[in-house]
Design a protein around this ligand. Structure first.
Ligand SMILES: [Zn+2]
Length: 278
């Protein structure tokens, strides 16, 4: 992560210690503050646009509009803005532009190595055109459905895909549609391993409750997709174990939270079902 300051007026990169731009002489502090407000507004516009769309039915025109808002936010911002790059990566991925999706996922991860959504895009991109897992939606497994009254599809699609970011729906669609090769499988496993690390680190930090639930549900959904694929058992169990065993410490301090406990219990239930030795 770089501390250099990009001048919002002329885009010259200045050392963080400069108070005025070495190129155009503008007061960097006030210019940057103004730029950040403008950038945040564009970013918020994009999010609002996606939220206003029907769940799971975000059309391409809307995604393109949102993408241009996010691109504007990045352009206006004088800071790296990794979450904006992650959202842009997600949108380009949804729109089928792999190169742009990868470019922005990489920028997001360079600026913030713990960008969960950007890593999801990296996973998704490893699955393009490759038949790794021969699952169809009907093969979804339902675990403690009675206890929670929802099946895995509802949980994942309702909570995660229903939010602004459609990453998981795309990931699932891609896996279902996909072709197969050992090299790609290894790449996929490698990217999932990185996601597990990112998950654990984020859980150890001051994590927002909704963000925690999004991450945990996404991890469960990802592992569920791998349920019947023998070559994926090991990584599947690692994902479940990460959810079952990682306690979001800072969130627990706020008191007992049933939803947080439930998501971890569901992961434990899955592990018990496949009887993974501890
Ligand atoms: Zn300047």
């Amino acid at each position: 992560m770089s501390n250099d300051l990009k001048c919002p007026n002329c885009t010259t990169i200045n050392p963080a210690t400069n108070s005025v731009c070495k190129q155009c002489g503008i007061n960097l502090k006030s210019a940057i503050e103004t730029a950040m407000v403008v950038a945040q507004e564009h970013f918020a516009n994009a999010i609002a646009m996606l939220r206003s769309a029907d769940e799971g039915k975000i059309d391409d025109a809307l995604k393109l509009n949102a993408a241009s808002e996010v691109a504007l936010a990045i352009k206006k911002s004088s800071a790296p803005f990794p979450s904006a790059h992650a959202l842009l990566a997600t949108l380009w991925n949804e729109l089928g532009n792999d190169d742009r999706a990868e470019l922005h996922a990489d920028i997001a991860l360079k600026e913030n190595p713990y960008e969960f959504r950007a890593q999801l895009i990296k996973i998704d991109l490893t699955l393009k055109g490759v038949k790794i897992i021969n699952l169809r939606p009907g093969d979804f497994v339902y675990f403690d459905r009675e206890n929670y009254g929802k099946d895995a599809v509802d949980q994942v699609f309702g909570k995660v895909v229903g939010s602004a970011f459609g990453t998981v729906s795309k990931s699932i669609g891609t896996i279902f549609a996909a072709g197969s090769a050992v090299a790609s499988q290894n790449k996929f496993v490698n990217e999932v391993e990185k996601l597990i690390s990112i998950y654990k680190i984020n859980c150890a930090k001051e994590t927002d409750r909704d963000e925690y639930l999004m991450m945990a549900e996404t991890m469960l959904g990802l592992a569920d997709m791998l349920f019947k694929e023998p070559s994926m058992r090991s990584i599947r169990n690692k994902v479940w174990m990460a959810v079952a065993e990682t306690v979001p410490v800072k969130l627990y301090q706020a008191g007992n939270d049933k939803e947080i406990q439930n998501v971890r219990r569901r992961a434990e239930g899955r592990l018990a079902l496949v009887a993974v030795p501890k």
